[in-house]
Design a protein around this ligand. Sequence first.
Ligand code: F6R
Length: 264
Amino acid sequence: MLVLLKPSYEELSREAARIVASVVKNNPAVTLGLATGSTMLGMYRELVRLHKEQGLDFSKVVTFNLDEYLGLAAEHPQSFHRFMREHFFDHVNANPANVHIPDGTIGGDYEEYCQSYERAILDAGGIDLQILGIGRNGHIGFNEPTSSFGSRTRLKVLTSETIEDNRKSFSAGETMPECAVTMGIGTILEAKKILLLATGATKAETVAEAIEGPISASVTASCLQLHPDATFVIDEAAGARLKQRDYYRRVMEMTARFTPNRLS
Ligand code: F6R
């Protein structure tokens, strides 16, 4: 696991976008796993800038989003479909046929739907680079505490903490979805490379638990300790509770010097 500590949210966002851009340049038909949430805004903004100013090409890139609220149609202002269009897809040249976001309006056979999402990922050759945020309770995707490390794409009931955290994007009085369709931990761990972004003091405790705590389904992001190529890109505030901060800084320096490919 690599921990990249960045002085600010802006630098964290630029670093994450730089890593994504480098992966896309190396393999224009790369398969990306994408996330939503406020942490992602700076990275998407920078990727859009790289597309507009430097011609970063997304025309062959294949994408799979992690999750979507159950019950929200793609047009719903708070849907993750809408988030992705507004902050990324409307501004780059991705081919809509290559874009996959779970359908929040699945009718009866949701198990079949979730299996078909898994099959589509396999048919695309698996996810090359998975981007993740982290919830205050340590969730990745919507894999809430106690999610199985073997879980696949499925419906998940959201904890009241997650519902409260995400209420800020909904209008006053609007009903918050209580369930979501999410890739599972097993799905996420199969990605070849993983990049987790975290910002702000409210994430500091959880980030420390995920990186330095025991591997536990109580903090599902701790599963990334089992992944051979996981990188945490975090700002100083989110990294404030890490015990090994000085060590991570030295590793960052040495990595940049001796194995720069690990960062691309
Ligand atoms: C969203 C997702 C979630 C968020 C997490 C952090 O697609 O997968 O795990 O990444 O809830 O959200 P923010 O960045 O809003 O704190």
